[in-house]
Design a protein around this ligand. Structure first.
Ligand SMILES: Cc1ncc(C[n+]2csc(CCOP(=O)(O)OP(=O)(O)O)c2C)c(N)n1
Ligand SMILES: [Mg+2]
Length: 1032
């Protein structure tokens, strides 16, 4: 059930609970969404879903017809036709019951009904009422057919492959299964009927039937052809919302006859010329380099530019673009206005920041992002952000949405009117990559919606060497968008004005309905997959056609010249101007000067880049503050009917804070959030079931037991719809949700953005996001992120997929050199922390978890943080912390030395040091204490990466006689941190000159393909053995 979010505010001291909310009422999430969109979503009208079966024919010519007409007449005489009006007028005044065309006079024998039917029949041209009813049904079916399958006959494919070759395998997929439904004969009409007039009453719809009621069949068919079978083919009849349907019908049917003005034609020409000539210029100068050009789909650029114009006219202030390789340079040059000299310079392959000492790797030119702020003549301004993207197609989709959502959050754009995302896709990638669906599924989710994304498909009818026949099951690459109710406009890339028309429709639709919409620009790919590739190896026939194609600019020029809209002089002037401009820039190609991402928001100005120095930060909080905040977030209002056990959890939380002892993991996390929120940071935690917490330890949202209400204890700083704290259950996706949160995290550094896996192992569905963005984004693109990934981990006998957070993978991607230990000097921190690609923590105490979260925001730089999060420690007494450990002067401990000083009294007597990380510590310590072994010290590594060499050095030096150094882990030997720590510990031993004195030993599970056993008994035995082995 959907519930309302109630930010709870407890006024200090009084303990009275005050509900603050929008308009003081309680709103369900759905209501909030509706409000956000400024929409009043209507229920579906069932008949609109009835795609081909036609409307209820009883509304038309039947024995009820007369009654209906009469009812309408009584409501408003203008609602019926002239003849009917006259008839009823006469009837009311006692005059002739016939219309003007009637032959009989008053007193004639025919009944009124008969006369009425005759009148109806005269309108329909039918010979009898049954025939008339049938005709009307047919006409409506024909009309509906154009709306539903007209797109199959639309001229949207400029190569016309089907026409020329049929549905040949190697060509493509345009099996038009339904076009016979567009033939009037299919519906039973004859040629003779084409010029008859029919009366059709369909007053509840927009479109042709709302424009007039008497239609000559031929006219209606011609109009339908114009609307649905021109260079735009639209799929929209799957939409369930009546208002949206009618809006589109207005655009397609009622406005189909509106012609663009001459100025619009010339503006489109200018934009198209820039797009095409940019491709030509690159081809002339860099024909031996890959560019992933747009040639064959060039009209996408004027389309995108128009779309942004219209969005801005309708209130947009910032747009975030996510796009792949194809056409990216063109977008950078012509939409983002990235200086051409810089683009050309990048073709020379110069690395920027060559001397940076933190291992920046950079990226190829067709992956880079940038920002541009454009001011229109109207004075309106728009910020256009193009996010950098990796080669992995479509991965950027949720990142762009997350970035947009964060912009909306920080810009207080709850209506989502001022910030939007535009995603650009390839045809093969859109159809094939699951992340597209995962992202589109977010479109209407309360905490993930961005108020509608506009999708452009640059559809060149091929993916590398794969034709549509092998690339998808459906007719169109866009089919999946139907699942999310998005309208889909297919348009010929060679019909520039129609591309522009679609772009306008999309922009208006997004701003009006805050829903996704798709524009599928169908063209071709002039060259191979890249310009150096030979496409005729695999698509000989297609390329025979492509080689014969006249390019879109030439075609459009010819048409404008013919219409007298363009002159030869203007044509020459335009082309010369553009070419000369490019030439000048080419001659001036210069070094890139930017040293950090040039698309980030100004909030990042205070955040330091990796090669500047910064030091450790304390993260403790005054204990009085902890207590007061702790009380605020641990008190459920008395009049809120929480579950008995939840109330008890909160009571225990409060008790632990008040007594200052035994503060558990969930409470520590809530305190970290509360203190950050109190300091005006924003906290967002998202993932499957994170609101309660998979292990029932969080309870970020408390549910009223008898009412549809929710209480958010950490919502104490929420103001109306502006929420500081957003806990959010996500849909059952890892890849897209992690990407979304990453995008959110890179928008603004003042947000503690957290993604939590249900169990650590499930993050592997999002591995690509980790690889391409989180691990390497800063090194490739200067994009810093403070994203936190919580990966529940712990060997508790729960089987292969519920045990491991797969720390080994993150460690393998960590970017230090295993053979090098940094010098222990004053800039040690910079070398080991600031220059690292991320941080990996596995904490053993609640307080340390509190500090590592707070550290994310309190540093003057941002790095992703991977937390190997515990399961059993959530409620484990020894892992709880006392309030002092949260207090002033305290900070995150990267490694914790021996804790049982009562047992291990004399360091010089210690012969063995057990090194470990995470919850296994408690098993080893328990056994060691049971054995009363005072010669073994146990050290936990709380931050696995960057390796805390400085602290390890201190520990080792503290036990000068220890020669047996054990790495103990729960995981099999080929998993866990062993493989990572072994060479690094050996490097440290060497650095300290103790390599001959001490040996590193392994205690853990044996190597295995699967991370954990599925047998509880085997698990227990293995656990016992590894602990014994550590202490042997
Ligand atoms: C996830 C992923 N798989 C495979 C590739 C390799 N690859 C690069 S481009 C491409 C074809 C893409 O076709 P399409 O989406 O139609 O875009 P186009 O290149 O035709 O514009 C493939 C398979 C990739 N980049 N990303
Ligand atoms: Mg393609």
């Amino acid at each position: 059930m959907l519930g309302s979010k109630i930010p709870g505010i407890l006024s200090k001291g009084m303990q009275t609970f005050k509900f603050t909310n929008i308009k003081k009422g309680l709103y369900s999430r759905r209501n909030l969404m509706t409000m956000n969109k400024g929409l009043n979503i209507q229920k579906t009208t069932p008949s609109f879903r009835c795609l081909s079966s036609g409307l209820n024919t009883q509304r038309y010519f039947s024995s009820l017809f007369y009654e209906n007409q009469y009812k309408l007449y009584l409501e408003d005489p203008s609602k019926v036709s002239k003849e009917w009006k006259e008839y009823f007028d006469n009837k009311q005044t006692g005059g002739s019951s016939h219309s003007a065309s009637s032959t009989g006079g008053a007193g004639q024998a025919a009944s009124e009904l008969e006369q009425a039917l005759k009148l109806a029949l005269s309108s329909s041209g039918g010979a009898n009422s049954d025939q008339a009813a049938t005709d009307t049904t047919r006409i409506l079916n024909l009309y509906r057919s154009y709306q539903t399958v007209g797109h199959e006959k639309a001229k949207v494919e400029p190569l016309e492959l089907v026409k020329k070759y049929g549905d040949q395998m190697q060509i493509g997929k345009r099996k038009r299964l339904n076009i016979e439904r567009l033939d009037y004969r299919f519906h039973g009409f004859t040629d003779e009927q084409l010029d008859r007039e029919y009366y059709i009453d369909s007053s509840y719809e927009r479109g042709f039937l709302s424009m007039k009621k008497n239609w000559v069949l031929r006219d209606l068919i011609d109009s339908c052809k114009k609307a649905y079978c021109g260079h735009i083919g639209i799929e929209y009849m799957h939409i369930t919302n009546t208002e949206q349907l009618n809006w589109i019908r207005t655009k397609m049917e009622e406005e189909v006859f509106i012609k663009p003005s001459d100025e619009e034609c010339i503006s489109a020409y200018d934009r198209l010329a820039w797009a095409v000539l940019f491709g030509d210029f690159l081809q002339s100068k860099y024909n031996t380099q890959k560019r992933f050009g747009l040639e064959g789909c060039d009209s996408f650029i004027p389309g995108l530019k128009t779309c942004i114009d219209v969005l801005v006219e309708n209130g947009l202030e910032s747009v975030t673009l996510g796009m792949p390789h194809r056409g990216r340079l063109n977008v950078l040059a012509n939409v983002l206005r990235k200086p051409l000299d810089i683009i050309f310079q990048e073709f020379q392959g110069e690395a920027k920041d060559k001397d940076a000492d933190w291992g920046k790797s950079g990226d190829v030119k067709y992956h880079l992002g940038t920002s541009f702020s454009r001011t229109y003549e109207s004075g309106r301004t728009v910020d256009i952000h193009l996010l950098p993207n990796p080669s992995h197609l479509e991965l950027v989709d949720p990142v762009a949405c997350g970035y947009t959502r964060a912009n909306q959050h920080f810009g207080a754009d709850q209506d989502r009117h001022r910030n939007a995302a535009i995603l650009i896709h390839g045809d093969a990638a859109f159809a094939g990559q699951g992340i597209v669906y995962e992202t589109m599924q977010m479109a209407d989710l309360y905490n993930y919606t961005t108020g509608g994304t506009i999708h452009f498909i640059v559809n060149n009818q091929i993916g590398f060497t794969t034709t549509p026949l092998d690339a998808r099951s459906g007719l169109y690459c866009t089919d999946l968008a139907k699942a999310t109710n998005a309208p889909i406009l297919h348009v010929s890339a060679d019909s520039i004005l129609n591309v522009i028309k679609c772009a306008k429709i999309a922009a208006e639709y997004r701003q009006k309905f805050k829903q996704d919409i798709v524009i599928d620009i169908i063209g071709y790919r002039k060259f191979g997959h890249n310009e150096l590739d030979q496409p005729s190896f695999t698509q000989p026939l297609m390329y025979k056609e492509i080689n014969n194609m006249v390019n879109v600019l030439d075609k459009y020029e010819a048409k404008l010249l013919e219409l007298g809209i363009l002159s030869e002089e203007l044509k020459k002037e335009t082309r010369d101007k553009i070419w000369n401009f490019m030439d000048e820039n080419y001659n001036r190609a210069r070094q890139l000067e930017a040293d950090k991402a040039d698309w980030v928001n100004s909030e990042w100005d205070t955040i330091r880049i990796p090669d500047t120095k910064s030091g450790y930060k304390l993260t403790g909080v005054d204990t009085n503050k902890i207590k007061s905040l702790g009380k605020k977030i641990s008190t459920i209002p008395k009049d809120f009917e929480a579950h008995r056990m939840v109330r008890r959890i909160f009571e225990n939380r409060l008790k632990s804070i008040e007594t200052g002892t035994g503060i558990d993991w969930g409470t520590a996390e809530a305190l970290a959030f509360a203190t950050l929120i109190d300091e005006d940071y924003h906290v967002r935690i998202s993932g499957q079931d994170v609101e309660r917490g998979t292990f029932s330890h969080r309870h970020a949202i408390v549910h009223h037991q008898t009412d549809d209400k929710e209480y958010i204890p950490l919502g104490f700083k929420d103001e109306g719809r502006l929420r500081r704290f957003i806990p959010s259950n996500s849909h059952l996706s890892e890849l897209a949700v992690l990407g979304f949160e990453y995008g959110y995290s890179i928008c603004n550094p003042n947000s503690l953005t957290i993604w939590e896996a249900q169990f650590g192992d499930f993050y592997n569905g999002a591995q690509a996001m980790v690889d391409q963005f989180i691990c390497s984004g800063e090194s490739k693109w200067d994009v810093a992120s403070g994203l936190v990934m919580l990966l529940p981990h712990g060997y508790d006998g729960q089987g292969p997929e519920h045990s491991s957070g797969r720390v080994e993978r993150f460690l393998a991607m960590s970017d230090d050199d295993p053979d090098v230990v940094a010098e222990f000097r004053e800039d040690y921190f910079h070398h080991t922390n600031k220059a690292a690609n991320w941080q990996i923590a596995n904490c053993t105490t609640a307080a340390n978890y509190f500090h590592v979260l707070r550290r994310q925001m309190h540093r003057d730089f941002r790095k992703p943080l991977i937390v190997i999060a515990p399961k059993k420690l959530l409620k484990f007494k020894e892992a709880c912390s006392d309030i002092e450990e949260f207090g002033d002067g305290k900070r995150f401990l990267r490694s914790i030395g021996e804790r049982n000083k009562a047992l291990v009294k004399d360091p010089s007597k210690v012969k063995r040091i057990v090194l470990c990380s995470g919850q296994v510590y408690y098993d080893i310590a328990k056994e060691r204490d049971l054995k009363n072994d005072s010669e073994t010290a146990i050290i936990t590594i709380e931050q696995l990466f960057p390796v805390p060499y400085d602290l390890l050095k201190e520990h080792l030096e503290n036990y000068p006689n220890a020669t047996d150094i054990v790495w103990c882990q729960e995981e099999p030997k080929n998993y866990g941190a062993y493989g990572f720590m072994k060479p690094r510990l050996n490097s440290l031993f060497k650095k300290l000159g103790v390599q001959d004195k001490i040996a590193l030993r392994y205690a853990g599970r044996e190597t295995s393909s699967s991370p954990a056993t599925g047998f509880a008994k085997v698990h227990a035995e293995q656990q016992q053995n590894l602990v014994q082995e550590a202490l042997r």
